[in-house]
Design a protein around this ligand. Sequence first.
Ligand code: 1CP
Length: 351
Amino acid sequence: MPSETAPQKTILRALRGENLPIPPVWMMRQAGRYLPEYRATRAQAGDFLSLCYTPDMAAEVTLQPIRRYGFDAAILFADILLLPQALGADLWFVTGEGPRLSTITTPAEMAKLKSADDVHETLAPVYETLRILRGALPNETTLIGFAGAPWTVATYMIAGRGTPDQAPAHALMNEDRATFDALIERITEGTIGYLSAQIEAGAEVVKLFDSWAGSLKGDAFNRYAVAPARQIISALKTRYPHIPIIAFPREAGQGYVGFAKATGADCVALDNSVSAEWAAEHVQCDGCVQGNLAPGHMVTGGADLVRETQRIVRAFSAGPHIFNLGHGITPDANPDNVALMIETLRTPLAD
Ligand code: 1CP
């Protein structure tokens, strides 16, 4: 059961609005293919979904970057597409290409989905992974659970795969709004139950990934990025008022302004399409922000990485900040560059 503990952990302190002299740090996709130890466990598991659904192995890959780098947070190893699978969609991964799902584009397909309350049997191994992690993590490390935001999850369920412009999801939104809205609502309810169960199993923070929020414009952004996030956050805050929530409306641009206030999120995660200086003025004024180093620096390293890390730390130094990348670290990243980023961060700046 979650308990109200005094916030000692740096990530929790930042999420409660404290401005720490050295920002706490973790990295999106920190357990991933750039690490040889991840590749070894992944090979042992056989395939990606087996890795997600085998609690000992999922816990092991979650812990690997904590052991190697001493990150301030560990993020549960799972995937945003496990919820669609738990709702009844078929899910598989094509090597070298990515995820594939059976599609939901008609009222008949929608009717075949399970109810939001029926997802927990499939997802039980994920909750077990969290329980293992709570016992295995160092005392100072915060455990983050997560889910995809409804729009992003819907884009995969409608298209059956990742799509560069999310055209199939936009088409359904325009052509059959009732089915589209029913799907968004089912995912929203499922997400509330899924994240609640993650918190019960030991997640101390949860994050909502809206990776494709950037393709929602104007009213659609309010209706399908802001409103579902607000619904999920308000339901979680009613049940677990002390659990901080990070929202990541990736590539929202101007949509970042006021997003925390509009949704109730404790922290907004920033991609690297916005400058830290702009975000400090327009987003951090409302509370904690997370981000936003371009992931490419983890490939190229060197003086540019050091300079950019210091620039971001300086830009956000007047308020609460969790250091992170603007998106996930890529498989071609050099593990030594991650160490250099952390060393740079933890060395106090001269002025
Ligand atoms: O080992 C492999 O080859 C699989 C690659 C992989 C990994 C490591 C996938 C497939 N998912 C994951 C883990 C994962 N996914 C985590 C674990 C925790 C961590 O960050 O370390 C998280 C939080 C996610 C979230 C996720 N999955 C998102 C949202 C964040 C983002 O990157 O924008 C999305 C969009 C997915 C879908 C997905 N899963 C995997 C891939 C390759 C994709 C993207 C597919 C596409 O759009 O083409």
